[in-house]
Each structure stands twice: as C-alpha cells, then as structure tokens.
Design a protein around this ligand. Structure first.
Ligand code: NAD
Ligand code: DAU
Length: 346
C-alpha cells in the first residue's frame, strides 16, 4: 500500500482532490493533514469518511515535530501540498498569519521531505505570483514574479523555496500555478459563493471599485484533473500554468450569477441585479489575471472539460441546493461537527 500526503484536504480545492484520489486510487492511502482553520471543513469529506484508504490527521504544517513524526509514521511516496491561508482580503488585515503558514509551513514540509524517500513533492500555487496584467497579454511559466499582496508574496516565497530545495538537495518537485477556481464547497468569503449566498438571502452584492478587474475562472473539477495529470506525468523541477481561458470582468461575472440565480429561484429577471452595490476597492487590487496554459495542454494533454457558463450553472445550483452547508459554515457549526466526530473516535 502506498501512502500519499495531501495537505489542506479539508479546504475547498483540497476536499475535491482528496475525494477524487480516494475514489480513483484504492491502492493508495490518502493521509489528509489539515489544521481545520475557519476554511477547513470535514463535512466536505463526508462521502469518503470511513473508506479504508483514507486517514485524517489534524495538525499544523508549521509544527516541525509533528510534521517530521508524520513522515516517519507513513513513509510517504508523494506529497501534494495545498494547505495555505488563501484569501487576499484577510492577508491585507493579517499578513503575518500568511507569512507563517504559507512560507514557514511550506519550508517545514520541504525539510521533512528532504530526508525522506518521496518520489514527488507537488506544490499547488497561484497565478497571483506573476502580479497584474494590463489590458493584453497572458501569464506564462517564464513570466517574472511580481507579487503585490501579502498573500501572493507569501505564495511566491513558497514557490522559490520549493525550487531551491530542488536545486540544492535534488528534491523531486513540481509546481503548478492556477487561476481563480470556482465550484462547490468554497468558503463564502470568496466572490462566487458570497454572491450566490447573498442573492439567496436578499443581501447586497458587494463589488470592489467599479467591477472592472478581470479574473480567469476555472472549474475546480478541471483543476484537480490537472493536478492528477501533473502529479503522474509532470517532469521534475518543472512548473505548469493552469487556467480556464475564461476571462471576465467582476461586474460581468456577478451579472451572470444574477441571471442564473433569478432563473433557478424562479424570480423575475433583473431581481438580483438590483442588489449590486459598489463598495470601496481592495487595497492594491490587481487589475487583471490571465493564464496561458498551452504548456500543460500540449505536453501533458490536459484541457478544461466545461465552459464557464456550464460550470457556473452547476455551481449556482449547488449553493442554492446546499443551504444547510452554507448556513453551517457561516455559523461555525461545522467545528462542532468535527469536535463530535473525533471525540467519538478517541
Ligand atoms: P482554502 O482556504 O479553502 O483551504 C485551505 C486549507 O488549508 C483549509 O482546509 C485549512 O484548514 C488548511 N490550513 C490552513 N493553514 C494550515 C496549517 N497551518 N496547517 C495545516 N492546514 C492548514 O484554500 P483553497 O482555495 O482550497 O486553496 C488551496 C490551495 O490552492 C492554496 O495553496 C491556494 O494558494 C491554492 N490556489 C487556490 C486558488 C483558488 O482560486 N482558490 C487558485 C490557485 C491556487
Ligand atoms: O487567482 C487565483 C486566486 O484566486 C487564488 O490564489 C486565491 O486563493 C483565491 O482567493 C482567488 O483570489 P481573488 O482575490 O481573485 O478571489 P476573490 O474571490 O476574493 O475575488 C475575486 C475578485 O472579485 C477580485 O477581483 C476581488 C473581487 N471581489 C471579491 C469579493 C470577495 C469583489 O468585487 N467583491 C467581493 O466581495
């Protein structure tokens, strides 16, 4: 039996990845290491709880003694590292938390991996390390790093550390830098779940500045498919950009969510749009992100499976149908669920 360590597996993207891996690779045991911050939620993983090839380990990636002991215990064959503080707005109000988790946490894992016999250390990163684009151009793997928020600077630092461990110690690493993800189980502080939740609750839909900022949206299922392909076929020491080729201005995206929600909620057309409210802009708000993913597409044969409209339809429907999940994560009830589950097991 092989053991693979997935960090941050109780979060948004991590839970999609863990579910996929546990179901698709029954000969591999997935060890999910997660601190269960406000963003980690074991309810996201209910479907695979109790499967023989799934183990949850609650812990902090910055805790060297704990991380080293975990590597000793399982002799991992591979690591896929997603655990991070991930929300740009929070990094503006609390940068140190990001520096500690994203930089020190990654270094702690790399250090443990360095003296182990793993065959792959996969670091999941973001397109935000490349900075901000003007009206034209795309981020490629050779675009110079120019991070501009404490979040993106901490992710850029972690990318540099991963490459440094490859060059210095020969650690077999691979990195991917992905654009904005959307889909089920995303914490409703991020634009899409926040907007759908507010539409449902008849609350204002806050748009930063004039809503002119552009993001390149990718369905989370397509991201985890790319991670699977890169983990198995990517070349050591390489970086792969992942993106959906779905650029939208924030205001246009929110209007699309309004239209889909009105239809699904059987409200009159234009109802949700009236909730749009322009608010003070995010400090240092990057104007535009756009990804050139041709290396991944041409060399490893990945391509997105859904269009933005198809993915948004599935996503809006999921949030509208999973009111209880939204209510729980906004009220903190899922922490009670965790405490209950694990008190029963000990
Ligand atoms: P998320 O915030 O939903 O989940 C992060 C998870 O990490 C949570 O389960 C949390 O409990 C865990 N965690 C945080 N600090 C930890 C610590 N010290 N020790 C152990 N676990 C800890 O994040 P996400 O949106 O799923 O992003 C996952 C990864 O993908 C991050 O590294 C992020 O930078 C990257 N990424 C995200 C996006 C996106 O659009 N969401 C795009 C590109 C890259
Ligand atoms: O590009 C990849 C990144 O995408 C990931 O690395 C991050 O972890 C992830 O959080 C995301 O970052 P963004 O800052 O782009 O995501 P967010 O959902 O916070 O915001 C998307 C855009 O919408 C951004 O331009 C800010 C804007 N926005 C956001 C919120 C929460 C609003 O206008 N109003 C809002 O209320």
């Amino acid at each position: 039996m092989k053991y693979i360590l997935i960090t941050g597996g109780a979060g948004f993207i991590g839970s999609h990845l863990v579910r996929r891996w546990v179901n698709k690779y029954p000969q591999t045991t997935v060890v999910n290491l997660d601190k269960l911050t406000y963003a980690g939620n074991l309810e996201n993983l209910r479907e695979i709880e109790g499967k023989p090839n799934y183990i949850f380990e609650k812990g902090d990636i910055t805790d060297a003694a704990f991380v080293n002991a975990l590597f000793e215990k399982y002799h991992f064959d591979g690591v896929i590292h997603l655990a991070a503080e991930s929300h740009v707005d929070r990094s503006i109000t609390n940068p140190l938390e990001f520096i500690i988790t994203n930089i020190v946490g990654t270094a702690t894992l790399l250090n443990a991996a360095r003296t182990s016999s793993i065959s792959r250390f996969y670091h999941v990163s973001t397109d935000e390390v490349y900075g901000s684009l003007g009206d034209t151009g795309l981020f490629s793997e050779t675009t110079p790093y120019d991070p501009r928020s404490p979040y993106s600077a901490s992710k850029a630092s972690s990318d540099h550390l991963v490459r440094a461990y490859h060059h210095t110690y020969g650690l077999p690493v691979v990195i991917s830098n992905c654009s904005n993800n959307y889909g089920s189980y995303q914490f409703p502080e991020k634009l899409i779940p926040l907007t759908v939740n507010n539409i449902k609750l008849n609350k204002n839909l806050p748009i930063y500045g004039k809503g002119e900022n552009v993001r390149d949206w990718l369905y989370v299922g397509d991201h985890v498919e790319a991670i699977d392909i890169i983990f198995h076929k990517g070349k050591d020491g390489e970086t792969y950009n992942i993106g959906g080729n779905n650029e939208r201005k924030n205001i246009d995206l929110v209007r699309l969510l309004c239209r889909i929600s009105d239809r699904l909620l059987e409200r009159e057309e234009g109802y949700a749009e009236k909730l749009i409210t322009f608010v003070k802009d995010r400090a240092g708000h990057d104007l535009r992100y756009a990804i050139d993913s041709s290396k991944l597409q041409n060399e490893l044969g990945w391509k997105p499976s859904v269009t933005l409209e198809q993915g948004m339809e599935i996503t809006v429907k999921w949030y509208l149908e999973n009111e209880e999940w939204l209510r729980n994560v906004t009220s903190g009830d899922y922490m009670k669920y965790y405490e209950y589950m694990y008190s029963q097991r000990q």
